[in-house]
Design a protein around this ligand. Sequence first.
Ligand code: ADP
Ligand code: MG
Length: 591
Amino acid sequence: MLNKNTEKQKEKMLYLYTRLLGYIKVFPIAIFGSVFGYIVFAATTPATTWWLGFTVDAINSENYETLRIVSPLLCLSIVIVRGIGGFYGSYSLALLSNGVIHKLRVELMNHLMHLPVRYFDQITSGKLVSKFTYDVSQIAGAASNAIAVIVREGFTVIGLLAFLMYTDWQLTLTFLLIAPAVAKVVSVASKYFRRYSTQMQESMGELTQITNESIKGHKIIRSFNAEKFVSSKLIQASEKNRIQNIKMAITRSASTPVVQFLVAVALAFLVWLAMSPEFFSNKSPGDFVAFLGAAGLLAKPIRQLTQINSVIQRGLSASRSVFSILDENVQINTGKNEVERVRGKIEFRRVNFVYHGSENAVSNISFTVYAGQTVALVGRSGSGKSTIVNLIPRFYECNSGQILIDDVVNKDYTLESLRNQISFVTQQIFLFDGSILENIAYSDSTASREKVLEAAKRAFAMDFIRQLPEGLDTQVGDDGVLLSGGERQRIAIARALLKDSPILILDEATSALDAESEQNIQEALNNLMIGRTTFIIAHRLSTIEKADIILVLDKGRIVESGSHNQLLAESQIYNQLHSGNFETRTLDESL
Ligand code: ADP
Ligand code: MG
């Protein structure tokens, strides 16, 4: 059982390594540069010990006068070569690691934008942000650090060992007896490194999430006097992260001296052997100095090689977290139909949809809206109104049934073409960092200033935009905090006007506004609705009364439908709703 598990673990590790390698190997020149540079760098270490021996022997040599010039020159050349190799190696490595970061970020964002909305329902934004920032940099750090240390220190060790072998291979072999012991320490430490790294990433995600929430919700926190609650949550998460970091540090700090001690034992043994008379029988004092020098220089690269393990494990565990996003299936986009502009007929045919579990959010929804008509959805909160409109642009996929746009199933359009046909205006208006102009022209950054101005005018947004210090070019600030709800709403309407799509969805577009701003917005919305098939979900009656069809929903089902006058004449439920409030009462209560 245990064996099976470790086998699987190894397989997984190997898979992660090869997948990571895939990101690295697209930069062959940078890899070659760093490997080549570091090999040159590494070669100068045994060269230095050789030079030391050479110089010691030169003192007693016959052509002492010549060597007095040669030796310092050699010293300088070694340092120059070492410098060039080191520079070339680390420069190429910087190219490599930043290339990997860039590639991963771009790939992640591309992938993220094509994941189904469902994915975002189940992951916190903080965790995602932390994957983008912390985890990606951990991967690149690990990759570049690993290459640097493995190539540079690895070749240093190889070079030194080769030099030792060359001087006395038998002695050197005894030195290598400690290798298995070192390997054991390293492998035990790896296990812990990996465990703590994964925990650390998770707690970083949590920390980011709490920080995000606290910054975004700072007003609510103040108004509810929840500072203590927030800070205790943060303290907990940060403390968890701190402890994991410490555990990681303990493992690293403990494994390094153990390895160093093992190396020192081997070195001591080596010195004892090298000081024997047999060693000197055919060697010079210079050989002795060079041999011991080389053996002594082995300690540092070996130590670094064992330390790199923690970085690699951290990188592997970060790559697992990043790859988990890349492994999420993107939304199916196999439709082939491309349309410039649909007319806007929409038909629901027995549509069922489940968020998760077994309970339908909407059941057996069938209705038809013709191009240019307005359909209003009414019903209490949670009755499935938003769900229905979210199915049209395929934010979620129906579990059964079909939605047809101009008599073509929505899945048969390409996602891009489908979404080009639809403008969404909801209660929560999201403004992006940038100017008002950029926010209005979000769907089409090439739109001319005149067109944007025209859209803003028809959305009645110019009234307030003119008052702003830089007009259309005013920066909206983080998520548009500088603008009032009504102003944001008008920007959203201008955005939709500019997009000029044949289908319009207004999901409680005016619910967040007071009655007066709603009056203003209503005119802008009327402008927006002209000539479009419109779905409208609203609280207040005035907007709904004019709709061509009204669908009354309860518990995910259409319970009544018709025009306002029809429903008023025929439907008891609608009459009850009409005299009361569309939202707050359940149908059961109003009946
Ligand atoms: P309405 O817009 O009429 O208020 P919704 O369509 O938002 O209602 O919600 C219908 C039902 O689906 C509710 O029971 C709600 O809790 C559930 N629901 C809505 N959004 C999600 C979601 N993203 N994940 C899971 N359940 C959801
Ligand atoms: Mg809703």
